[in-house]
Design a protein around this ligand. Structure first.
Ligand code: ADP
Ligand code: MG
Length: 743
């Protein structure tokens, strides 16, 4: 196909909506060099504005899709394919079918229907077996392109009308008979359908991409020996075949190779990060088995096997003279705190300091109490430093005084919110940093802590997000992982039920009876939906304050209802983001001391809160929460031997797939798998921001591919530690690094 006809067919289709006289053919500027010369000059780095047919308006639209260079254009992969592989003969088509036909135009007509001002272009197309009419609505420019005598390929759906069979608004493409084999980009074979945005259609993307991939030379970042060994095609083949495969299995092969590239880069990044960490010095904390046994024997319960293994793994890391970088993963209520506490005790015993960082004030306070109780027999000094409290053991200090004591090493374990990583907090001999619920902290915060001191402290992060190990290796490839799967022995399965509006009464009675038996209750409600639009005006922008207010309001209303109408005889309190930190602390302390029966709260109680006597988690409008969050809420109960219940109040009584999954599985790891399958791992783990490409993200379930990528990265790095022999790969790595930095 030559340039002029390509533009005639396509260019006009995009330019003509601008309200010019659309019936008049657009004048084409004929470039001074031939099309093949232009495409030969294009490289991956070419900015898209240098491409023909990318006008200023499209540049910004393409940018929205993340496309600014030819590379990004070619790496914008189809979401699926339309299958037009078989060319049908006209006599064989039937209504309802999607078909691809090839024939000659024997008659064109254009007419206007007045009442509706609709313009209809119709073409009668003939092949050896028959004729069919194709019609297009309000696209008069088509008549400029498709003329009588032109050979054309049409793809679309067949409909039956009064006048017989028709193809309505088919995709069309002129076939230049000068070529023996038509190279079709919109109508023949498997046609790519791209993720689109407003104003950028798949057709337009095909129009941009196809001529480039036919001509461009794509340098391969993966050495040929490696792809051969792994049975992967080279990158040029992969790019061609992900856009225009001959078969779906070729498309799959291409996709796998390209996903591999992304996973490989991720593994490289992780290994390099790890190598960097291993070069730092940190304080070795020698393990003293007898002492650990003593700590464990003083606990009020017996540790699970997994807890013991985790403690051992962490203590073994602490012995090393380079920093630990370990993730402790365990479902809600699996007992991570005690594991961390024992490791902190060992650190203190050797004369060093440990920091324990929690994501919220409420949690920092709770950890302070827990750790204080646990370490009391050993004379450990435990400090609490949040925006609102500063104390060591039972002594309250002014903040500057406390910070001074910390810097002099007078506090052994320092517990706090992000206040503890502020620059003005100095330590005397910090050896261990523990970060609870690490997914709540940004990577940068983690780094801030690491950069603080001369010797880099050992780092233990803890999370209740149950990330399958293979996935964790990819996302957090620079971490070692300990997993607690086993629940403490005293636990019973939490009974989870959906409560329909008719069952409310009964459920409230049940709650009363539980309270009469001495148990306590959490109530969580979603924020009240704010009006999305102001009267007749622009959509209202929601600020963070707005959403806090929306939560507070919901809690206040629920509190009023429960304390006034439903449980007038019970002690009902509320906890929300508008309370002062001190008020929050008092309420949590009262709840812990059983002075409150029912606590109505916002999602602040989502993480970490530990009230073993609470046996009911009641969730209002449960259908409005995500699965991971619901599972976290449920984890607030069932933390001791009492039979516990999670009551999912719904407004319709209907259950959705999430609620059904929640009832079926009480194991967070199983739920994670389920949720990942429906929402994709990126959404579930909130790692959209990790700089990982969509394709790699989609391949996270492909454990084999991840393993291959890991092994390959290892081998390549071992052979070539400074990545001198792989300049293209190095370049890609640097690009990713930049991306991650700007988040
Ligand atoms: P999470 O892993 O969610 O942070 P916590 O550390 O808060 O869980 O522990 C939940 C509760 O289980 C706490 O009350 C803790 O004292 C208790 N616990 C921890 N380990 C055990 C165990 N092995 N046996 C019984 N109870 C335990
Ligand atoms: Mg916890």
């Amino acid at each position: 196909m030559d340039r002029a006809s390509a533009c005639g067919a396509e260019g006009c289709a995009f330019e003509s909506r601008r309200g010019r006289n659309i019936l008049k053919p657009r004048r084409l500027s004929i470039p001074s060099f031939k099309w093949y010369e232009i495409y030969a000059m294009i490289s991956l780095a070419t900015p898209i504005q240098e491409l023909k047919n990318v006008g200023p308006r499209n540049i910004s639209k393409l940018k929205k899709l993340g496309i600014q260079t030819v590379r990004e254009l070619l790496w914008h992969f189809p979401a699926r394919y339309e299958d037009y592989r078989d060319i049908s003969t006209i006599d064989s088509v039937e209504p309802g079918q999607k078909v691809n036909i090839v024939g000659n135009i024997i008659k064109m007509a254009i007419r206007q229907i007045f009442p509706r001002r609709m313009i209809i272009v119709s073409a009668i197309v003939e092949d050896d077996t028959g004729r069919i009419t194709a019609v297009w609505f309000n696209q008069p420019y088509i008549a400029n392109t498709l003329k009588e005598g032109v050979r054309v390929s049409l793809a679309g759906k067949v409909t039956l009308t009064k006048k017989g069979l028709q193809l309505s608004s088919p995709t069309y493409e002129k076939i230049n008979t000068q070529y023996f084999e038509p190279q079709l980009k919109h109508t023949g074979g498997l046609i790519p359908v791209y993720p689109e945005t407003e104003g950028i259609t798949s057709k337009y993307l095909r129009f941009l991409i196809k001529p480039i991939i036919d001509k461009i030379n794509i340098p391969d970042m993966l050495p040929g020996t490696v792809s051969d060994k792994l049975g992967f095609p080279d990158v040029s083949w992969a790019i061609k075949n992900i856009h225009y495969p001959s078969t779906l299995s070729d498309a799959e092969k291409a996709r796998e190779r390209l996903a591999f590239d992304d996973l490989l880069l991720f593994q490289f990044k992780a290994l390099l990060e790890r190598r960097k960490i291993n070069q730092y010095k940190s304080i070795p904390v020698p393990l003293e088995a007898e002492l650990i046994k003593e700590y464990i024997s003083k606990l009020p319960f017996e540790l699970t096997g997994d807890q013991k293994i985790a403690i051992y793994e962490i203590l073994k890391d602490l012995e090393k003279s380079y920093p630990m970088n370990r993730l402790l993963e365990g479902d809600v209520g699996s007992g991570k705190t005690v594991v961390a506490a024992i490791c902190a005790l060992e650190t203190v015993h050797r004369g060093y300091q440990a920091v324990f960082m929690a994501p919220t004030e409420v949690l920092a306070n709770q950890h302070f109490r827990t750790i204080r109780n646990l370490t009391y027999p050993f004379g450990t000094s435990v400090a609490l430093l949040t925006s609102n409290s500063s104390r060591i053991n039972d002594d309250i200090y002014k903040k500057p005084a406390l910070k001074k004591l910390i810097s002099e090493g007078k506090a052994d374990i320092v517990i706090g919110t992000h206040a503890v990583i502020q620059k003005d907090v100095k330590f005397n001999k910090l050896a261990l940093v523990i970060i609870d619920e690490q997914h709540r902290f940004g990577i940068n915060q983690r780094k801030a802590l690491v950069r603080r001191t001369e010797s880099v402290p050992h780092l233990l992060s803890m999370t209740a997000t149950p990330i399958p190990r293979s996935l964790a290796l990819t996302i957090y490839g620079d971490l070692d992982i300990s997993i607690i799967k086993e629940k403490p022995k005293n636990r019973r399965k939490i009974i989870t039920r959906i409560i329909s509006p008719e069952e409310r009464e009964e459920a409230y009675n049940f709650i009363s009876s539980q309270v009469k038996n001495g148990r306590q209750v959490f109530v969580v409600c979603p924020r009240i939906e704010l009006a999305k639009k102001e009267e007749g005006g622009e959509p209202k922008k929601q600020t963070k304050m707005d959403s806090i207010w929306a939560e507070v309001k919901a809690v206040q209303e629920e509190h009023k209802k429960l304390s006034g109408e439903i449980f007038p005889g019970l002690r009902v309190a509320m906890l929300h983001g508008k309370l002062k930190p001190k008020e929050k602390q008092e309420i949590m302390a009262d709840f812990k001391n059983e002075k409150i029966d029912i606590l109505v709260a916002t999602s602040v109680i989502e993480v970490g809160v530990d009230i073993p006597n609470a046996s009911i988690m009641m969730i209002e409008s449960a259908e409005r929460f995500g699965l991971a969050q619901l599972h976290q809420f449920r984890g607030r109960v069932g933390r001791a031997e009492h039979q516990s219940y999670c009551l999912l109040f719904t407004s319709s009584g209907m259950s959705n797939t999430r609620l059904k999954a929640l009832i079926k599985h009480d194991d967070g790891f199983r739920l994670a798998e389920q949720d990942m399958a429906t929402r994709g791992p990126g959404e579930f783990f909130g790692i959209k921001q990790s700089g990982m490409a969509d394709l790699a993200m989609a391949s996270l379930a492909n454990v084999e591919l991840i393993k291959k990528a890991r092994a390959t990265a290892r081998a390549l790095l071992k052979d070539d530690p400074s990545i001198k022999k792989l300049p293209l790969l190095k370049e890609r790595l640097d690009q990713i690094q930049k991306l991650v930095h700007f988040e």
